[in-house]
Write a protein that binds this ligand. Structure first.
Ligand SMILES: [Zn+2]
Length: 466
């Protein structure tokens, strides 16, 4: 059933007016969500079949069964009509601004990343493309119930602007890489850009600015250490593509002069003092059991992006079983196209089973990975990832009154395996509506598409020319 949202005085408040004088006064709240199947994803796995969530000043102030609603009054009462209410999903790894490149030149044979995409990026990237295209992907993310995106790209201040406009959260890393790029004419020029970006955006309610050394094969250990030190000094994360391909060891030896002496990439980085709890590592595919222990010892957060990992899966399920901080991510839209986390879960299950672990996972595990696991991976477990008193009010409502959601035996199963992004009715971030009844709230879509169209036209024209 579609949730009815009332903005007039709630019937609850009216009842209180008529109640005997000795009745306890209801506490004021900014929002009450009632008649909901509430999945809290708290440490005790509380689930309330007829639940209530109460929000004030951007935070959750009460969660519980139907009776909790009696203690509060609010001008905004959402009757969820039995729909699922759960924490917003966390995307652990993305490049939002690449959304405008989706399907470019798809009618022609694709000559590959180095021969086609990097030159196309070099020809077309600018501040406007980065901002408007990031806005597009942030809108799509919000509509799909993603309340926090983790991103690595260039001109990350433009991404920050776009994500803020839409009204979701971002952990946004400015890229540092060993060759000149659009916002840094010198190799590693992104480092200075990142310092300024972090300085300008630190303390923002929605944005966590970060530094993003691109990968272990495209950044020297000296610069990796500098990025780690900058992140730790500023109290922000550092984001990296880690152990992603089987060819990167050869590239590290050739381009960066690395001598492995029989060590793995992870062991080498440990010896070079690059690993730490502020690291958010994407992919983490070419790792063995010892590497997993090393990552755990250093508290490295991992974004598992199974749909993007075409050639080989990451053993992220093993990491999850060993209680590492593992969340789910999409990676950039160029490769996987869609920006929702629901679509990652079937691939994540497939990835788990490819390591010979069939049937050790439950639907709860995948919902946890998409929410609380992601919050742990980005070092925000204290604030995000579950519906608990004191946490930020990042909440989604998922429609269960559609054919794909029947029968309704297990809400965790429904979320993990049955839900389409279009089942997300409402997305709330920081206690504010970002999506309400499937409609984006903070962006004028007409204006947005008027800005996006000429940018996309230019991308396609260049793409076809090349
Ligand atoms: Zn990536």
């Amino acid at each position: 059933m579609k949730p009815a949202i009332t903005t007039a005085i709630s019937s609850l408040a009216l009842t209180l007016l008529l109640a005997p004088v000795q009745a306890m006064a209801a506490e004021p709240a900014d929002m009450i969500i009632s008649n909901a199947k509430v999945l809290t994803i708290d440490s005790e796995r509380h689930m309330y079949p007829q639940g209530t969530v109460v929000v004030r000043d951007g935070r959750i102030i009460a969660v519980g069964d139907a009776s909790v609603a009696d203690d509060y009054t609010s001008a905004t009462v959402i009757d969820a009509g039995g729909d699922i209410v759960m924490p917003g999903m966390i995307n652990g790894h993305n490049h939002l601004s690449m959304s405008v490149y989706r399907g470019v030149r798809s009618t022609k044979e694709h000559p590959g990343l180095y021969n086609f995409f990097f030159p196309l990026e070099a020809k077309t990237l600018n501040r406007d493309l980065i901002r408007v295209s990031a806005r597009e992907a942030a809108i799509e993310s919000a509509l799909a119930g993603v309340t926090t995106v983790t991103d690595m790209y260039y001109h990350e201040d433009e991404v920050a602007r776009a994500v803020s406009e839409v009204g979701i959260r971002g952990v946004l890393g400015e890229t540092v890489i060993n060759f000149p790029v659009v916002d840094a004419p010198q190799p590693y020029g992104g480092y200075e850009y990142a310092r300024k970006f972090i300085h300008d955006w630190k303390g923002n309610e929605l944005i966590t600015p970060a530094v993003a050394p691109h990968a272990n094969y495209s950044v020297s250990v000296e610069w990796l250490r500098k990025c780690r030190e900058l992140a730790e000094a500023e109290g922000v994360p550092y984001l990296i593509h880690l152990a992603e391909t089987d060819t990167e060891r050869a590239r590290m030896e050739k381009d960066l002069g690395v001598e492995f002496n029989g060590r793995t990439v992870v062991k080498y980085l440990e010896d070079e003092n690059v690993l730490g709890p502020s690291m958010i590592a994407a992919h983490v595919i070419f790792v063995d059991d010892d590497d997993i222990q090393i990552l755990k010892k250093h508290g490295v957060g991992v974004s598992h992006n199974p749909k993007a990992n075409g050639s080989r899966f990451s053993p992220s399920w093993r990491m999850y079983q060993r209680d590492l901080d593992v969340g789910l991510g999409t990676d950039g839209p160029l490769g996987v196209s869609k920006m929702d986390i629901f679509g990652q879960i079937a691939y994540a299950k497939q990835a788990a089973h490819s390591f010979g672990d069939p049937n050790t996972d439950t639907p709860y595990d995948w919902v946890y990975m998409a929410t609380m696991g992601g919050a742990r991976a980005i070092n925000k477990a204290d604030e995000l990832g579950s519906l608990e008193v004191g946490k930020k009010a990042d909440i989604i409502i998922v429609d269960t009154d559609t054919p794909n959601m029947q029968p309704q035996f297990d809400p965790y199963w429904q979320i993990a395996f049955s839900t389409y992004p279009s089942n997300v009715v409402t997305t709330i971030v920081n206690g504010k509506f970002v999506v309400r009844d499937h409609k984006i709230q903070n962006v004028d879509l007409k204006k947005h598409y008027a800005e996006l169209e000429p940018i996309a036209d230019k991308v396609q024209a260049f793409g076809l020319e090349m």
